[in-house]
Design a binder for this molecule. Structure first.
Ligand code: CTP
Ligand code: MG
Length: 171
């Protein structure tokens, strides 16, 4: 089998998580999930960058994309298994991973928007894969491919988002 096929299938499969992680940049905002609460260390629990609307947009976007796949299945081995429910679970995993990442960053005294390498790039996708795996088993090859490819996609997206003024920093 052509390795490009696996890579293409892996990216198609994880695409709902990418949407879930990037759409809040343009559609998020409003009250934060932590509502300004602080942790024992006096720093924000999560920070102002993690909003309720952003989380809802993320989950809805992943579920919607899952539904589109369900009606128009791609030809890939794994991506053809995507459904509304799988997308929804993937979206919840994405938000969970992203939110845990912010919690860790605040504990490490990394300000909102500042970067924590690896966690920022792969944290959301790791949790998305983990949750998804419970209802739609993900072969090991796909875990490896997705975790290897995502940091590059993440960096490319952030540079583009910076160029078109969606983000103030290119990371
Ligand atoms: N966003 C949101 N709600 C979320 C996640 C993201 O509104 N649940 C929006 C915020 O405007 C956020 C932007 O998307 O600033 C970029 O997301 P991200 O990089 O995850 O947040 P940061 O601002 O970098 O904050 P942190 O350091 O906590 O990751
Ligand atoms: Mg960020």
């Amino acid at each position: 089998m052509n390795p490009m096929f696996w890579i293409w299938d892996a990216i198609l499969f994880i695409l709902p998580a990418y949407f879930a992680n990037s759409l809040p940049v343009i559609l998020g905002g409003g009250p934060s999930m932590d509502r300004g609460r602080k942790w024992k260390d006096g720093r924000p629990l999560l920070g102002e960058g993690k909003t309720i609307r952003g989380a809802l947009v993320a989950i809805a976007a992943a579920a919607l994309l899952g539904a589109i796949y369900q009606f128009f299945p791609p030809s890939g081995d794994l991506s053809s298994q995507m459904t509304l429910v799988v997308g929804l679970v993937m979206g919840v995993g994405t938000v969970l991973g992203d939110t845990i990442g912010s919690f860790l960053k605040r504990r490490l005294n990394i300000q909102r928007g500042e970067t924590l390498p690896l966690i920022d790039q792969d944290g959301f996708v790791l949790m998305a894969l983990l949750l998804t795996h419970f209802i739609q088993p993900v072969p090991l090859l796909y875990w490896i491919l997705i975790l290897a490819i995502t940091p590059f996609v993440h960096v490319a997206f952030n540079v583009i988002a910076y160029i078109v003024h969606w983000k103030n920093v290119p990371y």
